[in-house]
Ligand binder design. Structure first.
Ligand SMILES: *Cc1c(COP(=O)(O)O)cnc(C)c1O
Length: 456
């Protein structure tokens, strides 16, 4: 088989600056050893997130010029509504400025204090929105999903038995809806099978509980179904997406992911009563229901982007990039999470740096070494982000110490990835020299964004 090439050529370029190793050490010191506090221009390959960081196509830029900025009922809104309806088959469509705005409106209108919301794994903003209104967010991930060495094809699935138990325990009056996140971001971008979506839906149906899909990476999930699930081998991705949404009563979406746009989101549902409550809150929080916090040109870019994310060649190339990376890392013996997820590679920092105890943050050690050696910005998903304090104020470690390298869409070429692999190789070879860290300043919530570190 020949090399899978990027299915695009480059028309506009954005320069990246490679500063010297010495300058990087200085920049990291200025940022108090926390890569969130670095200037983006000092990161030559920025893999902090795949959210809103993608490159738009010529068709998207052209569509932006057609942006109709009318306050109500614009042409751009009609195009957006038609596209989302075409992909999802869902009746009521509400644009929002981001995914979390959609979650906020859903949570505020449908959740009462003490209600329980099951999900395969809640994304952090979803959990925060549920807990903010007094709800309880529970994760019902399947067993395979919790094992970083397991290579099952659908590690993002919900465990149907746990769902039955959850409903039996709390009763359906306490569960206004359940969610499925496709792909499972928190669980490493692992996909959910069509069979699992159907099973979950049928359990919920017998209890009259609606299913809400967190659809941020719906197109990547559709691609995995086509690749890995029997009966979907030759199906167009849009058909698979339609089938996924045919089991949903509602969905939330961040168009910064598979909308291939830099901003935007939506909230959609079939139920007229839900729609009425969404509309009322949308007007207060986001804007008139035909623009919902977005410019007409954003609606245009998203309408085109959603369809481009469903192009088979695009997904083949995207997943080939992830696989290329992870195969090279496996060949070098670098410990990673397997199989690779849809939008990122995960390094296992605990296994990489066994000489660093969890509370000296091996993940930060790897993240900072990647920056110093190559100007690469990744993110720690370990004891800094997820570790907490127990009742006595003692710091507890997270079970996993991972480093996520998230892949922006259509932004970096194969030579960027070759460079990335070289940098990881260097870090891996010099791992014994990587220091542990301690925190010298932190906030009470979401400390990873702003805390300061010093080496131990
Ligand atoms: C990004 C994301 C969200 C939130 O979307 P924003 O646009 O960042 O507000 C919700 N769920 C999942 C699974 C996500 O990846």
């Amino acid at each position: 088989m020949k090399t899978i090439i990027e299915p695009f050529r480059i028309k506009t370029t954005e320069p990246i600056k490679i500063i010297s190793r010495k300058e990087r050490i200085k920049a990291l010191k200025r940022a108090r050893n926390n890569v969130f506090l670095l200037d983006a221009e000092d990161c030559c390959i920025d893999l902090l997130t795949d959210s809103g960081t993608g490159a738009m196509s010529t068709k998207q830029w052209a569509a932006m010029m057609l942006g109709d900025e009318s306050y109500a009922g614009s042409k751009s809104w009609k195009k957006f509504e038609r596209t989302v309806q075409n992909i999802t088959g869902i009746k009521h469509i509400f644009p929002t400025h981001q995914g979390r705005a959609a979650e906020g409106i859903l949570a505020s209108t449908q959740i009462k204090k003490g209600d329980v919301i099951p999900n395969n794994s809640h994304f952090d903003t979803t959990r925060a929105n549920i807990e903010f209104v007094g709800g309880i967010a529970v994760n019902l991930l399947c067993k395979e999903g919790t094992d970083t060495g397991d290579i099952s094809p659908f590690k993002g699935n919900m465990d149907p038995e746990k769902l039955e138990q959850c409903i039996a325990e709390h009763g359906r009056e306490k569960i206004p809806f359940a969610m499925l996140t496709v792909t499972n971001n928190t669980g490493g971008g692992q996909p959910v099978s069509m069979e699992n979506i159907k099973t979950v839906k049928s359990i919920l149906n017998t209890h009259h509980i609606p299913l809400v899909i967190d659809a941020c990476r719906f197109a990547e999930n559709a691609y995995f179904i086509r690749q890995r699930e029997k009966g979907y081998e030759n199906r167009p991705l849009i058909d698979i997406a339609k089938e996924m949404f045919s089991h949903a009563d509602a969905a939330t979406m961040s168009c910064k992911k598979d909308g291939l746009a830099n901003i935007g989101g939506f909230l959609i549902c079939n139920d007229d009563t839900w729609a009425e409550s969404f509309r009322n809150l949308l007007i207060i929080r986001e804007g008139f229901p035909t623009y919902g916090g977005l410019a007409g040109r954003d609606l245009e870019a998203i309408a085109v982007g959603l369809m481009e994310a469903l192009e088979y060649d695009y997904q083949v190339y995207r997943q080939a990039t992830v696989r290329y990376m992870t195969r090279k890392l496996e060949e070098m013996g670098v410990p990673i999470v397997r199989p690779a997820g849809g939008h990122a590679a995960f390094l296992d920092a605990k296994k990489m740096l066994p000489h660093i105890p969890a509370l000296q943050y091996p993940g930060i050690g790897v993240v900072n070494a990647l920056y110093i050696e190559g100007g690469i910005r990744g993110v720690e998903l370990g004891s800094v982000m997820f570790g907490g304090f127990d009742a006595d104020g003692n710091e507890a470690a997270s079970p996993l110490e991972l480093v996520r390298l998230a892949f922006p869409r259509r932004v970096y070429t194969q030579s960027h990835f070759d460079y990335l692999i070289e940098v990881i190789k260097e870090v891996w070879q010099n791992k014994a020299d990587i220091p542990g860290y301690k925190i010298t300043y932190q906030t009470r919530f979401l400390r990873h964004f702003t805390c300061h570190f010093e080496t131990v």
